[in-house]
Design a protein around this ligand. Structure first.
Ligand code: GRF
Length: 188
């Protein structure tokens, strides 16, 4: 059993989806130790409570600098014997301390067909682009913004009569399949 922590900053629907898959025995090689969040009022905290997953809330503003913030996270991660980190809507660049501590063992999911539309509001960027398709990408995390090595992508259409909200929902639905499937392949 490989111990895995999930990092989220917002809604946490991917977090919930992964935990549900683990609970149903669909991801039987991993154990989710805990949720790490950087916002005390993020909705993912409510989901974690309902799912009975331990939550660590650490806000960077309560630390001197990013290095101190990440050292605290590393201390907690090591105390839980976490081997892999799954970012699921964690709205922050991972710094050198955490990257060194978990080299090659941090995954992220980004709602675009990278290298297109890095950064914030990737779905809005795709929606306004005139492209006929978009999708989602799971990649390893490096020091850049959505620049790490791509592992797998899945596509969906952008329909002529789409709204941004409908597109967002379509991308989310494919993420709920894509992320667990990559996790099962990559985390051994
Ligand atoms: C997902 O679309 C993911 O690709 C991106 O942030 C979003 C998180 O959504 N990194 P949720 O919090 O899991 O609902």
């Amino acid at each position: 059993m490989t111990k895995v922590a999930i990092f989220a900053s917002g809604s946490g629907s991917n977090f919930e989806n992964i935990v549900s898959k683990v609970d149903k025995g669909h991801l039987n090689n991993i154990e989710i130790t805990s949720l790490y969040t950087d916002h005390h009022d993020a909705y993912c905290i409510e989901r974690a409570k309902q799912l009975k997953v331990m939550v660590h809330i650490n806000e960077p503003k309560d630390f001197e600098n990013k290095a101190e913030y990440e050292q605290k996270l590393i201390q907690l991660l090591h105390s839980e014997e976490v081997e892999w980190i799954i970012l699921a809507g964690y709205m922050r660049l991972v710094g050198p301390d955490l990257l060194n501590a978990y080299e090659g063992k941090i995954l992220n999911i980004h709602p675009s067909l990278l290298p297109k539309y890095k950064g914030k509001d990737a779905i809005g960027q795709a929606f306004n682009s005139g492209d006929k398709e978009t999708g989602s990408t799971v990649h390893y995390v490096d020091s850049g913004m959505d620049t790490g090595e791509i592992i797998e992508q899945r596509k969906c259409d952008i329909k002529p009569d789409d709204t941004k909200e409908a597109l967002e929902e379509r991308v989310k639905q494919l993420e709920y399949e894509l992320y667990p499937s990559v996790i099962a392949k990559v985390i051994k």
